[in-house]
Structures are given as structure tokens and as C-alpha cells.
Ligand binder design. Structure first.
Ligand SMILES: [Zn+2]
Length: 464
């Protein structure tokens, strides 16, 4: 079984703070409720001795307060439960060092990888990181699509809690705005009431604070990114399954495609030197061969192309042994995104918003259902991929573009800024489990690989 890892001192302090803050927040809300109901509604409006009792106003003010408090409390409890019970932690592994990555990575068409084509390994959790997972020092855990460690809710805000977090912020803004306007009105009349002033100051603080948080959180959601990704490296490496033609080509030329020792990957950390570099001399033939109609030259020229990796990883690293023909063999291109590119940006703010909030009004308002992007059953990738990713494939020549797109792509090369301004005309391939046009199915890929193997066998028989 997985073992709990020891926590560093920083963990303990952070976790203790995180436990205390929800308690303090509860006290603040309780105090504000007391001021609204007690000193303001009952003492000042309902039971006063001045002879202008305003019973209805007093009751209405209190009722509105509690009506606005309900969604705050409900979203907060939902948030606390998710954060404390299942915030999307990646499970601890048993192995000290990485072995063969599990199939859930390389049976998908695309995954985030290291320069050697392996998924990213977390030494702390002793496990492979799914796409967009990040290791958090405060909790000592990797969290899926982690955004930040939030002491206000006592833990990590990530994929599973982002929606409830945003809802909590919005409802809190409504509640504290109500309190601010209410108390500003009455303090204006009586500047000497200390409790009103204290509550007014608290309301002012929370309006400012939640407003700032909402602006930032919604910006992240509309761009389908996270604080971690914004602060992280400007480029990422992605393993992208090669189209069937290229897979068949690689099988037909095994001596060139699979000669690990020739590629200078003796470094043990890249423990599976199955990576072949595009600029390796042994590849010059292969990647400049245009005879099969595939734009090989463009591949070789592309800055994004960093090599290939084939799964399952060869268990022996012998130099001249061709790989055993296994039906499930899958070869990936290792591509580096251009700086600032977000492969998960689904193209429009609305699409990115619905990936977190769902596409129905009740899902936007109620903290019940998890975000649609918590669903990871797609065989394509862990998260839906957007037009920027598709553009990268176009650019390296991994999908065949149609001529109407040629013009927009040429413009797109000028940089990320012009890409963003330009209206996205690309299809929505790679999203919702759809592959773009020109990408042939796994079944077709298998057929072509088998064809290539049959050809090799025939040639060998002829030689014998
Ligand atoms: Zn970790």
C-alpha cells in the first residue's frame, strides 16, 4: 500500500493556518449577522424609544441578510468538503524510481511529457503526474489542475473545487456588498455606533478582497489556465501520437527509427532512451524523404519537433535489434509548444467557462455537480485540446491542412499576440473526443502498421 510521506515544517504551519482560517471566517460571519439582526434591526429599527419604530424594515433587512447568507454557507460547506475529502490528489506510488509509465498515459493520443518522451514523474509522490497536475509543498501532494493553495478554504483549489470556489466568491461578494451598502446608509446617519463601524469596515474589506479574487479567478477560467501554469515555464512538451502513415514509415525503417545508443541518451535519468532526434544523422534519409506525399521536410524544419518515443518502451536497449511487432505499439512525436501557447484553451471564453461551470444555468448557480472537465474518459487526452494545439499540429505537419486555412496559418506564425487577435477559423477538432480531419483512427493506424510489417516480411523472404 502507498505510504504517507513525512511532512516538512512548512506543511504543518500552512495546514494549521488553513484549519484556523475557516474558523475565523465563521466568527466574522456570525459577528456580521449579530450586528445586522441585533444592534441594527432590533435595537435601532424595531425596539427603539424614539417613537419611529420601523418593524417591517427591521424584519426585511434581517430576512434579506439570511437569504443572501444561505448560498454563501452552502457553497462554502461544499467547498470545504471537496477540499478536505477529495480535492483531486494524485495517489502516492510505491516505487522509489520511475518504471514503465502506465498505459493510461500512452494509450491516449496526447500527453504532457519530458524531453525523453516519458510522462512527468513526481519524486515526492513517487508517481506519474497526469497532464496539468502540480505538486504542492503545503499539502505535500500532487493535485490535478491545481490552481493555488488557499488558506481561506483550508486547502488546495484545483480542478474539483474551482467551480465551487468561484461560486463561493461571487455569493460572498453579493453578501458583503449588501452589508456595505446597508451599513453605509445607517452609519451616515449615526457616526457614533462602534459596532456598525466595525461591521462596515469588515464589509468594505471583504468587498474589495472578493472582488479582486473574482476578477482573477474568472480570468483564469475564461482562459482555461491556472495560476500555476501562468507562473510556470512558457513552453511545455507534449507527446502526440503520430498519424498512421508516419507510424508505418517508422516500422518500415526500424534500423533508423530505433537505434537508441546512437542518440546520446546514456544519461540514466532519461532511462528509456527510445527517443530519436530529428537532427540525428541517421534520420536524414527518412525525414527528408518526400516520396510518400507526407510533408517530411516541414517536420524536420519545425522548431516544435523534438523527437519521437515509442510505447511500450523497449525492455532491452540493444542497438540493432528491431522492436518486436506488438500490435499495441504506439509512436509519439515529442513536440514543444510555442512560448505562451495554451493547448487547453478551447478557443472562446464561453467554451472555457462551460468546461468549468457546465452549460446550464442551474449548474452555474448551484454548487452540486462537478465541472465537466473533471471527466477524463477521453481516449484523446486527459483534457480537451483547443485550436492552438491544432494549429501546432498544422505547423509541424501532423495534420494535413486544407488550403482555406493556409492564409490564416501564415499570419499565425508571426507570434502569439497576432494569433490571439486573429479570429479562430480552425475546426474544433481534438475537443470532446473528436479528432481533426486528416487524423485517421486507431483501427486504420493498426491496419497500416500491419501492412508495413507484412511488406517487411515479404522483403525478408525474398532476400532469403
Ligand atoms: Zn507530487
Amino acid at each position: 500500500m502507498a505510504k504517507e510521506l513525512p511532512q516538512s515544517p512548512r506543511n504543518r504551519v500552512s495546514l494549521a493556518t488553513a484549519k484556523a482560517v475557516p474558523f475565523i471566517l465563521t466568527l466574522v460571519v456570525a459577528y456580521a449577522s449579530y450586528v445586522v439582526v441585533g444592534p441594527l434591526s432590533i435595537d435601532y429599527l424595531i425596539n427603539n424609544d424614539r417613537g419611529d419604530r420601523k418593524v417591517a424594515t427591521g424584519i426585511a433587512i434581517s430576512i434579506v441578510w439570511f437569504v443572501l447568507l444561505i448560498p454563501v454557507a452552502v457553497t462554502w460547506i461544499r467547498l470545504l468538503l471537496v477540499v478536505s475529502q477529495d480535492p483531486g490528489y494524485v495517489s502516492y506510488g510505491d516505487d522509489e524510481s520511475p518504471g514503465e509509465p502506465p498505459q493510461e498515459f500512452w494509450m491516449r493520443d496526447v500527453f504532457v511529457c519530458t524531453p525523453s518522451g516519458l510522462p512527468i514523474w513526481c519524486h515526492h509522490c513517487r508517481n506519474w503526474k497526469p497532464d496539468r497536475a502540480h505538486h504542492n509543498q503545503d499539502t505535500g501532494r500532487c493535485t490535478i489542475k491545481m490552481d493555488h493553495f488557499c488558506p481561506w478554504v483550508g486547502g488546495v483549489v484545483g480542478e474539483r473545487s474551482m467551480k465551487f470556489f468561484a461560486q463561493f466568491l461571487c455569493y460572498s461578494l453579493v453578501l458583503s456588498s449588501y452589508l456595505l451598502i446597508l451599513l453605509a446608509f445607517f452609519v451616515h446617519r449615526h457616526t457614533d455606533r462602534v459596532q456598525w463601524l466595525v461591521a462596515l469596515a469588515l464589509a468594505g474589506f471583504f468587498v474589495f478582497f472578493t472582488l479582486g479574487m473574482i476578477v482573477n479567478t474568472m480570468r483564469l477560467i475564461f482562459n482555461n489556465t491556472t495560476s500555476i501554469e501562468e507562473a510556470g515555464p512558457r513552453t511545455i512538451l507534449m507527446a502526440v501520437l503520430l498519424p498512421p502513415e508516419l507510424q508505418a514509415e517508422l516500422i518500415a525503417r526500424p534500423s533508423q527509427a530505433y537505434s537508441p545508443a546512437a542518440h546520446g541518451h546514456e544519461n540514466v535519468d532519461d532511462l528509456h532512451p527510445a527517443v530519436s532526434e530529428i537532427n540525428d544523422p541517421s534520420h536524414s534519409n527518412y525525414f527528408t524523404n518526400d516520396s510518400r506525399g507526407w510533408p517530411m521536410r516541414r517536420l524536420a524544419r519545425s522548431k516544435a519537433w523534438k523527437g519521437t518515443v515509442t510505447y511500450p518502451l523497449p525492455s532491452s536497449l540493444s542497438v540493432d535489434r528491431p522492436p518486436l511487432p506488438a500490435p499495441e505499439q504506439r509512436t509519439f512525436a515529442i513536440l514543444e509548444t510555442w512560448p505562451g501557447m495554451n493547448p487547453w484553451d478551447l478557443g472562446t471564453p464561453y467554451r472555457n467557462f462551460t468546461a468549468v461551470f457546465g452549460d446550464r444555468l442551474h449548474q452555474w448557480l448551484l454548487p452540486i455537480r462537478h465541472s465537466p472537465d473533471c471527466e477524463h474518459s477521453s481516449a484523446i487526452s486527459f483534457y480537451a485540446l483547443g485550436p492552438q494545439f491544432e494549429e501546432m499540429l498544422d505547423e509541424v505537419g501532423l495534420v494535413q491542412r486544407n488550403l482555406s486555412q493556409e492564409h490564416s496559418l501564415e499570419k499565425g506564425r508571426r507570434g502569439v499576440e497576432s494569433r490571439k487577435k486573429r479570429r479562430r477559423r480552425l475546426g474544433k477538432g481534438w475537443q470532446n473526443g473528436e479528432r481533426p480531419d486528416g487524423w485517421i483512427s486507431e483501427k486504420e493506424a493498426r491496419r497500416r502498421r500491419n501492412e508495413a510489417r507484412a511488406r517487411i516480411r515479404e522483403e525478408e523472404n525474398v532476400v532469403q
